[in-house]
Design a protein. Structure first.
Length: 475
């Protein structure tokens, strides 16, 4: 299919869309309906809806059936119209259910499958334009693929418009050899669709109403056309877990190329996984085995060394995320350094230039600019001011078995190593906490707090201990 240089469509012929999503997807062997399996962080059906949205098709109708409520919820209950196909009697039957929603609609109807997520909106648009140029009643979108197994095959006759589709299950030995497949994407003239749907029967291998039979019906009226994808992979449908993995990797390749075009470096693209909702600033470097999930936003000039998982996390410009960081619903300030091996749990908010080092866990806490917790600490339910230093092994004891309590640490506070802060507790600004303290009461600003733990020494103890042990060992 040739790409149009002009995307403007002067004939303002109305466009509607019907997305088929009622099937169970038996070959997935899943408790979840097929169209709700995720690729690049979103359900298959959302990818299709996202591409359709750009076309402004109205109405856009999703046919739901198997686990209808779950599918309705995923398509944003009420955001697009849904119709129920209570028994899944085939793709033709699914479109029949959408007919009342199209009552009185004049124009073209794009029919798409909810399990074909790689199709770009530009391609959908081009299909519509080609359909209109050809003056066809139906135009099917085909693709040439290496392995056509499972797909409907495009059977072309002697003349250009002589077309039909034969399903895999119904194909003859010759027909199964055809490598041009039906992507399950069509543009119909609305009146043709409304009038001819009733002619579909169930006399086939699967006993289903095949939407694909409408191609031959149009062909006999001299009004069928076929547009072929330039990149066949765009038309891949997901029927199995293997297809899901294949589509995921193709989508990752596509997303990563897009971000490379925006000035992002990926050290090992094949091991990187992005969600479609991720944003990455220019001159950031993403190391191997990094997964960015949800609506994660990475600023400009950041370095993610590798082996990290960030979900719904915002990373400020120039931050360094070292090896092995897990961050979930967190904020990392500009120029901050995190890791290696740090865990930022929900609502961890690090200010600018904060340092969080190895084996430090932060949860539901804000940490002010330039403050540091560089080694082995747990900071939970806390507010830490600016320029504070939290020593190695500091623990906020935030949980009494019933409730979580807050710890407040003021600006410029120095917390000595191996300190327990038993919440609720406040350490005033500029205070020092001696190493090994257990702080149970508030500390006034500017104070030194410590526990009386006098050091005692027994001189010569080791020598006498060793001589007491030696005879026992000989036995
Ligand atoms: C269908 C096409 C096939 C094409 C392939 C492309 C038919 C008869 N066959 O086959 O030519 O190559 O898609 O991927 O159309 N659905 C419903 N209600 C139903 C049945 C299906 O809504 O009663 C939905 C499914 O949820 C799915 C889509 O229609 O999103 C396609 O159904 P599926 O069973 O996967 O069809 P295929 O056998 O792949
Ligand atoms: Ca399919």
């Amino acid at each position: 299919m040739a790409k149009s240089t002009k995307s403007s469509n002067k004939r303002a012929r109305p466009l509607a869309a019907v997305i088929l999503a009622a099937g169970q997807g038996k070959r997935m062997r899943s408790a979840r309906p097929k169209v709700l399996h995720d690729v690049a962080g979103r359900p298959l059906i959302s990818h299709v809806l996202g591409s359709v949205a750009a076309l402004g098709a109205s109405p856009t109708v999703v046919v739901v059936g198997h686990q209808a409520d779950a599918v309705r919820a995923a398509v944003g209950n009420g955001k697009v119209a849904t119709v129920l196909q209570s028994e899944q009697l085939g793709t033709g039957h699914a479109v029949m259910q959408a007919r009342p929603s199209l009552d009185g609609f004049e124009g073209d109807v794009l029919v798409l499958c909810g399990d074909v997520p790689l199709l770009r909106s530009e391609t959908m648009q081009e299909l519509v334009l080609e359909h209109r140029r050809a003056g066809a009643k139906v135009t099917v979108l085909s693709a040439k693929v290496e392995d056509p197994t499972g797909y409907g095959r495009i059977v072309r006759g002697k003349s250009d418009g002589e077309l039909r589709i034969v399903e895999d299950a119904d194909a003859t030995d010759d027909e199964v050899m055809i490598d041009e497949i039906n992507t399950g994407t069509y543009c119909f003239d609305a009146q043709f669709l409304a009038a001819e749907l009733d002619r579909l029967g169930r006399d086939n291998a699967q006993g289903e109403y095949y939407l694909t039979d409408l191609i031959e019906i149009a062909s006999l009226q001299g009004a069928a056309a076929c547009a072929t994808l330039e990149e066949g992979e765009e038309g891949l449908g997901v029927n199995s877990r293997a297809d899901l993995a294949r589509v995921e990797s193709l989508l990752q390749e596509r997303l990563i190329l897009e971000w490379m075009d925006q000035g992002v470096t990926f050290l090992d693209p094949p091991s990187t996984m992005l969600s479609v909702d991720v944003r990455i600033g220019p001159d950031s470097v993403i190391g191997p085995s990094v997964r960015l999930a949800g609506a994660t936003i990475i600023g400009a000039g950041c370095v993610l060394e590798g082996a990290s998982f960030l979900r719904n996390t915002r990373v400020g410009d120039g931050a360094l995320v070292r090896w092995g960081v897990v961050a979930d619903d967190a904020v990392i300030g500009e120029g901050a350094k995190v890791g290696p091996y740090a865990h930022l749990r929900p609502q961890a908010e690090l200010g600018a230039d904060v340092h969080i080092g190895n084996f430090v866990e932060v949860k539901k806490s804000t940490i002010g600019a330039r403050s540091k917790a560089n080694h082995l600490a747990y900071i939970g339910d806390s507010t830490v001011g600016e320029d504070a230093n939290i020593g190695a092994g500091t623990i906020t004891c935030n949980y009494d078995g019933f409730r979580k309590h807050r710890t407040v640490i003021g600006d410029r506070v120095q917390i000595g190593s191996d300190t327990q802060l038993v919440a609720p507790v406040t350490v005033g600004a500029d205070s020092y906490i001696a190493a090994g303290s257990t702080i149970t009461r508030d500390v006034e600003p500017g104070s030194l707090a410590f526990n009386d733990k006098p050091q005692r020494v027994r001189g010569g103890w080791v020598e006498s201990f060793r001589s007491r042990q030696a005879p026992k060992e000989k036995k």
